[in-house]
Design a protein around this ligand. Structure first.
Ligand code: SAM
Ligand code: SF4
Length: 361
């Protein structure tokens, strides 16, 4: 069976002739990047409605029947591990809305690769976290990112369209008291929304023993309202923080999306993920699996590689190795189709049809 990329607008990248996947080589693309990180979106639903991610109303939800089951996720994760994936980040939508979340973590964390057990991380908005965190840790969760854009209750309610700041703070407190280290907090910097509070957010993170990472707002909102002129840039974020602290760059970024700075000589650090003004595609080692089983090789890609249809279309009782081969072929096709970089800064850039909540951030 040959994996067929589904093009959602821009021309589907051609898989170079002769580029036959070599399982032993791992997930290496045509630009030499080795992929070790797979972000799995568990749902497109969410308990919040952040303006930069989802519309207030009228979102087109994925059909429930299309959402991958836990068995399907585990099967795909096992194949991905055999091809070199070492870290799985569970995301969404809001991953904690998935009722079987502890089971998903337990079963993915039980997978071992040649270097030992895989790492299972999660990005969450923190709601419900306080309640489930002990079970998640017992199940094998090793790292946690919690998103919080403001600690001002009114602004939080306006930005997320839900008055749930207390629940998020409770989740952050539970995470801060746990052994999951380093705890990272994500904040999207937005003009006129939280750009006068960036240093306060960092101070809050330092107080709870977490590391804050600012994210430049990207054109991934399902309402398609992103506007470059109102985006707060990496430079502006650094300028705002430099008014309060001295910042010294931390060397050794590797493939990490965040550039980091040491605050006043340390030990605290702050990060900036500048996907728009300082893209880091050359070192990208990440792939994505949407909740409805589409592999994606970039947040901004217009092409998806449909694993659900392929696997669900196989005859009942198909041999395990045949199912695994089909998944591996689709994953390899996805990797081989990866472009050298995203085109946000190109006039021909087209925003993907899916919003961030349906891609998996
Ligand atoms: N619901 C979870 C959360 O908010 O952490 C996980 C999914 S969310 C899509 C993952 C991350 O993507 C969050 O940190 C969120 O702030 C970020 N995000 C969402 N839309 C974004 C956008 N348009 N630009 C930049 N970051 C965005
Ligand atoms: Fe939900 Fe996360 Fe999107 Fe906010 S950023 S709406 S919490 S998925």
């Amino acid at each position: 069976m040959t994996a067929v990329p589904i093009s959602l607008g821009r021309a589907a990248p051609q898989i170079p002739p002769g580029a036959v996947p070599d399982p032993a080589a791992g997930l290496v693309d045509t630009h030499g990047r080795v992929h070790r990180d797979l972000r799995i979106s568990l749902t497109d639903r969410c308990s919040l409605r952040c303006t930069y991610c989802m519309p207030e109303q009228g979102n087109e939800w994925l059909a429930r029947t299309s959402i991958l089951t836990t068995d399907e996720i585990v099967e795909i994760a096992e194949v991905a591990t055999s091809l070199g994936i070492r870290t799985f980040r569970l995301t969404g939508g809001e991953p904690l809305l998935r009722t079987d979340i502890v089971d998903v973590v337990r079963r993915v964390a039980a997978i071992s690769g040649p270097d030992g057990p895989v790492e299972v991380a999660m990005t969450t908005n923190g709601i419900r976290l306080a309640e489930v965190l002990p079970d998640l840790i017992a199940a094998g969760l090793t790292r946690l990112n919690i998103s919080i854009d403001t600690i001002d209750r009114e602004r939080f309610a306006a930005l997320t369209r839900r008055d749930r700041l207390d629940d998020v703070l409770e989740g952050i407190a539970a995470a801060a008291a746990s052994d999951l280290k380093p705890l990272k907090l994500n904040a999207v910097a937005m003009r006129g929304v939280n750009d006068d509070q960036l240093a306060d957010l960092v101070a809050f993170a330092m107080d709870v023993g977490a590391q804050l990472r600012f994210i430049e707002q990207m054109p991934l909102d399902s309402g398609h309202t992103w506007d470059r002129s109102s985006m707060v840039t990496r430079e502006e974020i650094l300028e705002a923080l430099s008014e309060r602290w001295s910042l010294e760059p931390v060397p050794g970024r590797g493939g990490a999306p965040a550039e980091k700075w040491r605050i006043d000589g340390g030990p605290h650090e702050v990060g900036v993920i500048a996907s728009v003004t300082a893209p880091f595609c050359g070192a990208c080692d990440r792939l994505r699996l949407t909740a409805d089983g589409q592999f994606r090789n970039c947040l901004f890609s217009l092409t998806e590689y449909d694993v659900t249809t392929a696997v669900r279309g196989m005859p009942v009782g198909a041999a395990l190795e045949d199912r695994q081969r089909v998944i591996a072929e689709i994953l390899h096709a996805c990797v081989l189709g990866k472009l050298p970089g995203h085109a946000i800064n190109d006039p021909s850039f087209l925003q993907p049809a899916r919003g961030m909540n349906a891609i998996g951030g």
